[in-house]
Structures are given as C-alpha cells and as structure tokens.
Design a protein around this ligand. Structure first.
Ligand code: MN
Length: 236
C-alpha cells in the first residue's frame, strides 16, 4: 500500500491515530485496524453453541478508535443490556504483508498486549438470528480496552501461559494460550491470505470460555502470563 505524502493538506483535522502506550517507554504504538478472531478456544466455541472442530478461522473487525486505555473508567455502553467481557491476547503487527507463510509469520509481529473484546451480546445475538453483520455488537465506543504493549524483542512470542479475567475480584474466564485452536502464526498466515496486513494492525486472538455479563460499576482485571495486566472499570 502506498504511503501518504507528508505535505498533504486536509479539509478537516481528525487528530493523531488511535494509539497504545509501549510499556516502559514514552513512545506509542499507532493502531491501524483491529481484526478479531472468532471462536478460537474450543470451550468457548461450545459455550456459544458451536462445534469446536477445526473449521477455518473467521475474522471480524472493530474500528481502530474502539481502543480504550488501561486503568480507565469507561461509560457503560449505550443500547445494550447484556455487555460481555472476552479476555484476549492481542498481537501488534509491525510489518505488513500478504500470503505470509506460517513459518515467517512471527517476523511480522511487533509485540503483544492484553485486550478485552467487549461485546454487546444482545445486539450480536439479534444480528446472528437475522443473518445480519455483527458490527454493532462488536465495534462501538471503547469496545476494545487494551493494555500497554510489550515488544517481542523484550518478551518473545508467548504460545502458552495463563489468560484470565476477574470481575469485581471474582475469576470469570480462565484458560491457557496453548488452548488456541489456531495459533498466532496460523492466524497471521490465514488473515494475510484474505487481506494485506499492515504495520499498526492489531489482532485480538480469541477468548477462552466463561464469557459473561458486565454491569455498571463493575471492575475488570485481565492478565496474560508474560504479557501484562489490564484493569478497567465501568461507571455506575
Ligand atoms: Mn472475541
């Protein structure tokens, strides 16, 4: 894809791109697009009423400005009575490409974070029933809280380790990265066969079982071993 010339003048100002902090640094990671993998842990596929056999992975998107920052208090989303948490390992792409082979996929990863794929489950459920797109259930204001990112140069490429989320101190989702049906390199290979991946893209890599409702006033703490922690709260 062609880069934009630096001297373009725009009709209106839309500011800097959405971004995430880089842990232990004063630079930020600019967020291009957010891809999410559906049903990537067998137990979660089962709890959503699906057969967890290895069907090809499928993807949906959230708008880049759905990003919400770590340690923030968020407004409870509008238009839902069934907001769900989905704790996920987030992959930050540092180098784009298309048709990336599995064996080369990790060379395209800049780093990792801990994210929540917040979901208006009632809207998503209605869309599924009607055979309509999921976007309004998945991509909405502050629907993608994410921790500071850590570089692969610092932490390597986590392929196993605990992933969990607590709501108000109670453990709700717990799994292990090794339970992913499609590994991170496989996700990158597959996705880059569907679209050209670009530097700045994020991939939310799916959630273990135990998804459930979040209410106004709730506090969420998420963790991925070797990657970090995420804490957000919802206003009452
Ligand atoms: Mn998800």
């Amino acid at each position: 894809m062609k880069a934009h010339p630096a001297n373009l003048k725009y009709a209106i100002d839309i500011g800097s791109p959405p971004s995430l902090p880089v842990a232990g640094s004063d630079v930020r990671f600019p967020v291009g697009r957010i891809y999410c993998v559906g049903r990537n842990y067998a137990e979660h596929a089962r709890e959503m009423g699906h057969d967890p056999n290895r069907e090809p992975p499928f993807f949906f998107m959230k708008a880049a400005n759905s990003i919400a920052q770590n340690n923030s208090t968020l407004a409870y989303p509008v238009a839902t009575k069934d907001l769900h948490h989905e704790i996920e390992l987030v992959v930050a792409i540092g180098k784009g490409g298309k048709n990336i082979p599995v064996e080369e996929a990790l060379e395209h990863v800049w780093g990792y974070g801990v994210g929540l794929d917040m979901t208006r489950r009632d809207i998503q459920g209605e869309a599924k029933k009607m055979g309509r797109p999921w976007e309004m259930g998945k991509s909405f204001d502050e629907s993608a809280p994410c921790s500071a990112l850590k570089s692969a140069a610092e932490i390597g490429h986590p392929a196993k380790g605990a992933i969990w989320v607590k709501v108000n101190g109670v453990l709700k989702q717990q799994g292990d990265l090794a339970q992913q049906i499609w590994s991170v390199p496989e996700q990158i290979a597959y996705l880059s066969g569907l679209i050209t991946l670009a530097a700045g893209d994020l991939i939310f890599t799916g959630t273990p079982s135990g998804v459930g409702a979040v209410r106004p006033g709730d506090r969420l703490e998420g963790h991925v071993d070797g990657v970090g922690d995420l804490a957000i709260a919802y206003a009452r």
